[in-house]
Write a protein that binds this ligand. Structure first.
Ligand code: SUG
Length: 448
């Protein structure tokens, strides 16, 4: 049975803005209050999707959520008509309005954790929605994410959906951003690699001193159990707390895996030798040979890795087995990173090609190529069961571009978020999008 990876990219929502909301995410913190350009952001995302579709990769799209989130604001005690809710939030609690307006669901690597059917006990693809409870503005995403995933992957014979873990710090879960997979071939059993920042209960794990570690060991273990994974094919590793303190708030800011390759920084993990040994040993049991590509700090220091988002790249396999690394423009602008990448592509290793993309709008919030996509490995049969409207085609791409041009503003600052017409624009846009994607999911994707 053939299988392939589909990348589902988050479509940037009409309220994309810079709220400075994410402590520990250097880009988000340093760009708070800068004016954003939602139209350009959405187009940059669509250009990435098209670039990969044009290269023959299977590409999907996940719609944005409705923002400002009036339901969340009402839950916090703002009342009256939508316009009154927006007005009183803006007058008395601007940070809450900003948080409830974030277009953060665009970073679909944080939507959920996915285990392909080759790895799970019941032979279904399993999804666990991430609770994202480390940040308020992200913690309001799960109900709509859950509704969307069910609408996209509706057939229970092939897809199993789990709700978000308890939304308390003990089970902080950031989804696929801290989960990757190594395997000897698409469609075969893989090694699921869970990376956590801290343990809620076990004090032996050192924690970062400055910034929060978002993912707990307990959350990762719960996802393993929910998905029916065999622990013999699972590896857990702790992020190095020192790099979390330098802005590595997710594992996908410091590593990316694809096939047998793990591309990572030497400072990414506590006890990296043990992690590599365990990955290699377990991968051997499923017929694979680990091919680690470890970047030395003498080649790229952590600050350059964080600033350029070198590791928040997408690593994809071409039909001939060679790999393509999709990196943000910031990598080309960083001398050390670009020098390293040139060497890497010419080294005769698996990564032969670089694709550089301009994702500046998302990057200013700490969202690179990998953040913007959710990887879902599907067999042919499972792929047939996906709601086909969310799979990108040249026609859909054209339509989405026109849709963005029709509905998106090209400038947004925080005071615009209180404008009731922005909410109307967002609702009208999502209403139309529901039709464009044929989701049949009741507007506005807000029920759990
Ligand atoms: O959760 N930024 C996101 C970026 C998520 C990146 N995802 C992955 N690495 N997979 C976050 O910190 C910033 C929003 C603001 O400041 O307006 C924000 O939420």
């Amino acid at each position: 049975m053939s299988a392939y990876e589909v990348n589902f990219d988050g479509l940037v929502g009409p309220t994309h803005n810079y709220g400075g909301l994410s402590l520990g995410n250097v880009a988000s913190q340093s760009n708070g209050q800068v004016a954003s350009n939602p139209r350009e952001a959405a187009k940059q995302g669509l250009a990435k999707m098209k670039a990969l579709m044009d290269r023959g990769f299977c590409q999907g799209v996940i719609p944005p959520q409705e923002r400002p989130d009036i339901r969340a604001l009402k839950g916090l005690g703002f009342s009256g008509s939508d316009a009154q809710v927006l007005d009183s939030a803006a007058r008395t609690s601007m940070p809450l309005l900003v948080a409830c307006s974030s277009a953060s669901s665009m970073w679909t690597a944080n939507a959920c954790t996915v285990s392909p059917s080759a790895d799970t006990r019941d032979g279904r693809v399993h999804f666990t929605v991430a609770n994202l409870n480390s940040k308020f503005h992200r913690s309001i995403e799960p109900p709509a994410t859950s509704a969307l995933l069910k609408a996209m992957f509706p057939d229970e014979r092939y897809f199993a959906h789990h709700g978000a873990l308890p939304a308390v710090p003990h089970f902080g879960d950031e989804g696929a951003a801290n989960h990757s997979r190594l395997h000897a071939g698409v469609g075969s059993r893989g090694i699921e690699f869970f990376v956590f920042g801290k343990s809620a209960f076990d004090t032996r794990y050192r924690q970062p001193a400055l910034y929060p570690a978002r993912q707990t060991l307990e959350a990762s273990r719960a996802v393993m159990r929910l998905h029916g994974l065999d622990p013999r094919y699972v590896v857990f590793a702790q992020q190095n707390p020192d790099v979390v303190d330098h802005g590595v708030f997710h594992n996908d800011v410091i590593a990316v895996a694809n096939g047998e390759v793990l591309f990572f920084h030497e400072d990414a993990y506590i006890a990296p030798e043990r992690v590599l040994d365990e990955l290699a040993e377990k991968l051997r049991h499923v017929g694979g040979t680990l091919r680690p590509i470890m970047v030395r700090r003498s080649d790229v220091c952590i600050d350059d890795a964080v600033q350029s988002y070198l590791f928040n790249s997408q690593l994809l396999t071409h039909a001939d087995g060679t790999m393509l690394l999709v990196v943000p423009e910031e990598c080309r602008q960083n001398t050390a990173v670009w020098r390293y990448l040139q060497k890497l592509a010419q080294s005769g290793g698996p990564i032969r090609e670089l694709l550089v993309l301009d994702l500046k709008q998302s990057m200013r919030n700490g969202g690179g190529p990998a953040c913007l996509r959710l990887r879902v490995e599907l067999t042919d049969v499972e792929r047939q069961a996906v709601n086909s409207g969310v799979l990108l085609t040249p026609t859909l791409h054209e339509r989405l571009l026109r849709w963005v041009d029709t509905h998106y503003r090209d400038r947004l600052v925080d005071t615009d978020l209180a404008d009731p017409s922005l909410l109307d624009e967002c609702r009208t846009a999502l209403d139309e999008l529901t039709g464009l994607l044929g989701l049949g999911c009741p507007y506005p994707f807000q029920q759990g």
